[in-house]
Design a protein around this ligand. Structure first.
Ligand code: FAD
Length: 288
């Protein structure tokens, strides 16, 4: 068994990236995933434990041109308290409102939720609906380099991402939605807020008259990563959001997810939830 040799809490991004380049590092932000995982034996710490909470470059929520930059260290509470998020990205605030307890929300970060890459991570579905891009930084040759990629491509499986071991997630970038963009989020857990999602659904699109355009439908906890529901999107795209379209979309949603059965819910129950809640969310979009 390896032993922890070093604890570091740098105040500069460059310093953190140098530690990461040296290798065998476990990153900790809020610790609400990694600490329980370490106690249960699911995760073994590397030789260095790197606390990133003091790095200012990872903090803050800001409007930069047509994009909202959300620093990796942004807590779920900070999302909920942000006027910019509530007004311009309400689906993110809605998901934050269904996230754990106040105590967990105060520590849990957006970056940690993304890098933990749980199929049920509650920030992932709304961020994919919003077409978010993640930003990674590294310092391979003495200077800081960054790269960006769409969140939906970053997530590759339960607990797996395209982050290289020497990279740090610095931020998530969300393009401001177009005028007329509407969105809804739904999470089903047996105990609202304190449970991991049995399923979650995010729907977004630009509403013109009674039609939805540029539709995005995303399901969480029904596959190894959150998924875009392309067949359901095709049923909805540009069509009048009437009872027949909504019913066809709910059926398409039911047919295109292939969930598993586990302790939280059976596959059959998850599929029924997907159908019924897709219908309900779309009826809500049609009404208002
Ligand atoms: C009681 C309880 C209730 C919970 N309820 C919910 C819930 O309702 N919904 C939900 O989605 N989750 C829930 N969680 C899980 C957890 O709180 C979230 O996933 C949280 O967002 C993780 O953030 P963190 O900062 O605590 O991550 P940490 O535990 O610090 O890190 C998580 C992972 O990400 C890595 N990491 C963190 N930051 C970075 C970075 N900047 N760059 C690269 N890697 C990084 C870490 O190395 C680790 O692998 C719950 C947890 C608990 C204990």
């Amino acid at each position: 068994m390896r032993t922890l040799e070093r604890y570091a809490a740098p105040r500069a991004l460059g310093e953190a990236l140098e530690l990461l380049r040296a290798g065998d590092v476990t990153i900790v932000a809020g610790g609400t995933d990694v600490m329980p995982q370490s106690h249960s034996g699911k995760v073994q710490f590397g030789r260095t434990l790197l606390n990133v909470r003091r790095i200012p470059e990872l903090a803050g929520i800001a409007l930069e041109g047509g994009t909202v930059r959300i620093g990796a260290l942004t807590t779920i509470t900070a999302l909920l308290e942000s006027g910019l998020v509530r007004e311009r990205l309400p689906i993110l605030a809605e998901a934050a409102d269904h996230f754990a307890s106040e105590q967990v929300r105060n520590g849990a970060t957006v970056g940690g939720n993304i890098c933990n890459a749980s199929p049920a991570g509650d920030m992932l579905v709304p961020l994919i609906v919003l077409d978010a891009t993640i930003v990674l930084a590294a310092k391979p040759n003495g200077s800081i380099e960054t790269r960006s990629l769409p969140l939906r491509e970053f997530l590759t499986g339960p607990g797996r991402t395209r982050r290289a071991p020497h990279e740090l997630l610095t931020a998530v970038s969300v393009p401001l939605p177009a005028r007329g963009f509407v969105s809804r989020f739904y999470k089903h857990g047996t105990r609202p807020a304190l449970d991991i999602s049995a399923i979650s659904i995010g729907i977004g699109g630009v509403k013109r008259d009674d039609r939805l355009e540029s539709v995005r439908v995303v399901f969480g906890a029904v596959a190894p990563t959150p998924i875009r529901a392309h067949a359901t999107e095709r049923v909805l795209e540009g069509r009048r959001l009437d009872a027949a379209t909504i019913e066809a979309a709910a059926e398409a949603a039911h047919d295109e997810v292939r969930p598993i059965s586990d302790l939280r819910a059976s596959a059959w129950y998850r599929q029924e939830l997907v159908r019924n809640m897709t219908r309900r969310l779309l009826e809500d979009v049609a009404r208002g």
